[in-house]
Design a protein around this ligand. Structure first.
Ligand code: 9PG
Length: 523
């Protein structure tokens, strides 16, 4: 017996499926029903997480959505408040797009929004009481004039019946063309300070690693030196520097550039440390809950962070100023812009007529304008649909770490299975499940390689490094290069040539993509 998949608009308010202009289907399919195989139990659901770090995988229809057990510590960061987290098996949600697929019958359905300019689009699929897909644009205005109709984003939906083509391609390409994404730079190859030094970083550490990169220029030709978190006095206070950076970061940019390399800098322009000067001097720039307390942007840097309200013009100006300073005054042509979701938390915005998605999108447009078109922007902690066409690369998974499974302060048991926390296993999963986005929407950033001795076994280090290299995305080593054992350096030397291929070669490879490397939702 064949069963039907139907789109309907019950159960969640507000749902605008009737206002969404279905491409392809038009009025030809008034019942919006699709035959998707003989048994709902055979279906797979592709669950796309909201932002860079969010869990993404294809789940079987009888399984349960993974969710964090850390509640208000994690969820403000990685979960879209407008997308439900189901606890029952057979109930799933996804952000921006999804794929339903029956490997047994070789039938499937791709459903997704073309943009996130107005709303964070959400999708939910349940196999009971009968299999159905719900699609809605989050109605998240803090104040909506009654009777006023709201614009939403285009939505695309199509069935596929064969594995002779990449089923996601028409969707991914439609999204790219909507955002006029046409060409991609070559994938960055370099060094990043974070996963060895964390915030205990000094200007001297940057100099020493730079010297090592120069010394290895022939055996390991890197081109980017990216300074991560740890130079600023506090997250939010971007123009005051820690004692370990006595001259700030501008001389480092000079030095890196002088060595023929590209200087990169980490910034998190929308998130605010509660004990920063910024929070103290401009309490009116902070996004607040209805209680008046600043919003919770998640537990990071051992505190509950908060965020700017970008509908306060001075707050948005401040964020843009920092980008302008980093690019044009300090001399960084590469910026890693992190914790971008923080601009779109639920709260009492000064301008309540904008949706959270609009606030973030406008914030990102402003940052791109401040950076100029020539600057390489990497989006991190970024709701995927919101940065399309505005960044050159996007982090597509959780942070890697020196341990395979998530752990925190040495505790493992409590954090086991956490889906979005820093861990090699979480980074690798998303590198695989979001591989189709690479060079269609942006350059994928699978996060850094950690080569040196950690809790990871040598086999785990090799696995992590191989997955990163084969992804074709950014290839950044995050070790103390001056103490890296030669046999660990060899891993990077063996893999780097894969990334070095010119964009032309990569395009050619992709056009001739071997069938066995295609996104295989059966697997
Ligand atoms: C700098 C880091 C690095 C890293 C980024 C981001 O879930 N968490 O608490 C969480 C904390 C930090 C974090 C990601 C998640 O890392 O991804 O590469 O730049 O900030 O502070």
């Amino acid at each position: 017996a064949l069963w039907h998949l139907s789109l309907h608009n019950q159960g969640r308010e507000p749902i605008w499926i009737d206002q969404i202009r279905l491409l392809d289907l038009g009025n030809d399919n008034p019942k919006r029903q699709f035959i998707l195989g003989s048994s709902p139990q055979d279906l797979r659901f592709y669950l796309n997480g909201w932002q860079s770090w969010s869990y993404t995988a294809a789940l079987s229809a009888t399984s349960t959505m993974p969710r964090s057990r850390l509640g208000p510590f994690q969820n403000p960061m990685v979960v879209n408040p407008g997308t439900p987290l189901f606890r029952q098996s057979g109930h799933f949600s996804s952000d921006f797009f999804t794929v339903l697929f029956s490997p047994k019958d070789n039938l499937g359905l791709v459903a997704g929004f073309l943009s996130q300019q107005h709303h964070f689009g959400s999708l939910a699929f349940s196999i009971t009481p009968q299999p159905h897909l719900q699609v809605w644009a989050n109605g998240d205005h803090t104040r909506l004039d009654p009777g006023k109709s709201m614009e939403t984003d285009w939505f695309m939906l199509y069935p596929f019946t064969t594995d002779h083509e990449l089923p996601l391609s028409p969707y991914l390409e439609a999204v790219a063309s909507f955002h006029q994404i046409e060409q991609f730079p070559s994938s960055p190859r370099g060094w990043c300070s974070w996963y060895y030094y964390y915030t205990k970083l000094s200007a001297e550490d940057i100099f020493q690693n730079l010297r090592q990169i120069q010394a290895w220029q022939t055996q390991l030709p890197l081109e980017l030196v990216q300074i991560d978190d740890g130079f600023e006095t506090q997250v939010g206070d971007w123009t005051t520097f820690k004692a370990s950076f006595p001259q700030g970061v501008a001389p480092l940019a000079q030095e890196i550039k002088g060595a023929g390399l590209r200087p990169g800098l980490w910034l998190a322009p929308f998130i605010v440390h509660p004990r920063s000067q910024l929070a103290r001097q401009h309490p009116e720039w902070l996004l607040r809950r209805s209680s008046g307390r600043p919003v919770n942007a998640g537990f990071v840097w051992n505190t509950f962070a908060t965020a700017l309200d970008l509908t306060v013009p001075e707050a948005l100006d401040y964020a843009a100023q920092i980008i302008d300073t980093a690019v044009h005054k300090w001399g960084f042509p590469y910026l890693k812009l992190d914790f971008l979701y923080a601009a779109a938390l639920p709260g009492r915005y000064r301008n309540p007529t904008l949706t959270r998605a609009q606030v973030l999108r406008r914030g990102m447009e402003t940052l791109r304008q401040a950076a100029g078109d020539e600057t390489f922007l990497l989006g991190c902690g970024a709701p995927l649909g919101s940065v399309l066409g505005l960044v050159n690369a996007t982090r597509i998974g959780a942070d890697i770490s020196g341990s395979w499974q998530p752990e925190y302060l040495g505790h493992r048991w409590f954090f086991r299975g956490e889906p979005h926390m820093p861990a090699a296993v979480n980074a690798i999963r998303n590198t695989l499940t979001r591989a189709p986005l690479h060079r269609r929407w942006w350059i994928n950033d699978p996060d850094c390689l950690i080569l040196g001795p950690t809790k990871l076994s040598l086999a785990e280090v090799q696995t992590l490094a191989s997955v990163i290299a084969l992804s074709g995305g950014s290839f950044l080593i995050s070790d103390n290069l001056t103490t890296l054992p030669p046999e660990r350096l060899k891993i990077a030397q063996a893999l780097l040539p894969l990334i070095e291929a010119s964009p032309e070669v990569i395009d050619l490879l992709e056009n001739e993509y071997p069938a066995h490397l295609r996104l295989d939702l059966k697997g």
